[in-house]
Design a protein around this ligand. Structure first.
Ligand SMILES: [Zn+2]
Length: 395
């Protein structure tokens, strides 16, 4: 069997090993053994790569992103860019993500993701493995409804299904299943992209219907939620992850910890977009300090997700910026956990996110040590990427 041995310092997704060794079974695409050098059996005649001055770590995971294939941060452009152009740009974005060390991503709402996933899985294009929600769910007049367009046109172009009332919400979940979505993304509140005052969207009854319908087919729900009411409704409805979570209180953080709900704060999206109103400035400042402190204090499971959409201010390939942003609050090691082992758990990926025996050989090798400086994860420091044991690039 073709065997590849990597020797060097390792971050396993949980801990750092200074003198480590990873044995990769390339025919299976899995890790045959990993651990301290001398404690693992290195097969004879294997191809050995000595990694010096670099670090071996699990492939990075972005747990919240979108393949929008748009140039600008502008909802009308996101809705109206021709789908063929979106697809072509997304193919380039998928390749950039993989070369930047991202071996898995979770797309939380786009028109392209189910087909992009299929093309990656078929081996037609290079890209990270994709977990995707297909279209998201929004109420009428909600987050992705563009009021300057006639409603039928807005709904037809939107990357969300509009639904109101528990039965329409259940039907929308069934459409996601039909589209091949693997989880459900719901807008439980407004957001800053429309510049509106932040209010809850969907009622608790509607959110409960969505979670119930999703769980009947084994799907989890990710809730975009700003503000106490939307956060509390989402938690009570039983969602799997809270996205953004602006306005986290101690009561909410405590409940998230108790129910083991993942938290994807998407800091880099707020660092990339300039807030436009007084209220937005206040919410952003609060998010970049208090919300994270609150989550940390109550040991909420924080996960790395950039919310990058692939436009000029949020280019795919630069998604490591979220890990850098998280490291300022969590420290370098916890930020790496948030982007590897914990991100895999949040995305429902069983066999990736760790350098561990039996896991898929999804690995990134970076110059320097990201435990000392997370800038080591910047694309120019990527030495090589392995996806299921296959070398993607060499520099
Ligand atoms: Zn998003």
């Amino acid at each position: 069997m073709p065997t590849l041995v990597l020797r060097g310092q390792i971050f396993t997704g949980d801990e750092f090993i200074e003198n480590g060794c990873v044995i990769i079974d390339q025919s299976k695409g899995t890790i045959a053994e990993a651990g301290r050098k001398g404690e693992v059996n290195e097969p004879e005649n294997a191809h050995v790569i000595e990694i010096e001055g670099s670090t071996i770590l699990p492939g990075l995971i972005d747990a919240h992103m979108h393949f929008f294939g748009a140039k600008k941060y502008d909802i009308v452009e996101w809705l109206t860019t021709p789908e063929t152009l979106v697809a072509l740009r997304s193919v380039a974005d998928a390749r950039k993500l993989l070369k930047a060390g991202f071996t898995a991503v979770r797309d939380l709402g786009s028109k392209a993701a189910p087909y992009l996933k299929q093309a990656v899985d078929e081996g037609v294009i290079d890209g990270p493995r994709i977990v995707q929600a297909a279209k998201s769910l929004s109420q009428t007049g909600g987050n992705d409804d563009v009021p300057i367009l006639p409603i039928e046109m807005s709904e037809q172009l939107s990357y969300s299904y509009y639904c109101d009332g528990p039965w329409e919400c259940r039907k929308a979940v069934r459409k996601i299943v039909r589209d091949g979505g693997e989880l459900v993304k719901v807008y439980a509140s407004g957001s800053m992209s429309q510049g509106t005052k932040i209010r809850r969207q969907f009622t608790l009854e509607e959110l409960r219907a969505i979670v119930d319908e999703a769980s009947s087919v084994g799907m989890k729900v990710a809730a975009h939620a700003y503000g106490e009411e939307a956060l509390m409704n989402s938690i009570e409805a039983g969602v799997h992850s809270i996205e953004h979570g602006i306005g986290l209180t101690s009561k909410i953080a405590k409940e998230m910890h108790r129910r083991e709900i993942f938290y994807v704060p998407t800091l880099s999206a707020y660092l990339a977009v300039k807030p436009r109103t007084e209220e937005q400035i206040k919410l952003t400042q609060r998010h970049l300090s208090e919300d994270l402190d609150m989550a940390k204090q109550f040991q909420v499971k924080i996960v790395s997700g950039s919310d990058f959409v692939g436009c000029d201010t949020e280019p795919h390939g630069q998604n490591y910026q979220e890990i850098v942003a998280l490291s300022k609050y969590l420290g370098n090691k916890e930020a790496l956990v948030a982007a590897t082992s914990r991100a895999a758990e949040c995305c429902g990926l069983q066999n990736t996110g760790r350098i561990k025996k039996g896991f898929d050989a999804d690995i990134v090798i970076v110059r320097g040590n990201p435990l000392d400086d997370p800038q080591a994860l910047a694309p120019l420091n990527i030495v090589n990427v392995l996806k299921r044991g296959k070398l993607i690039r060499s520099s």
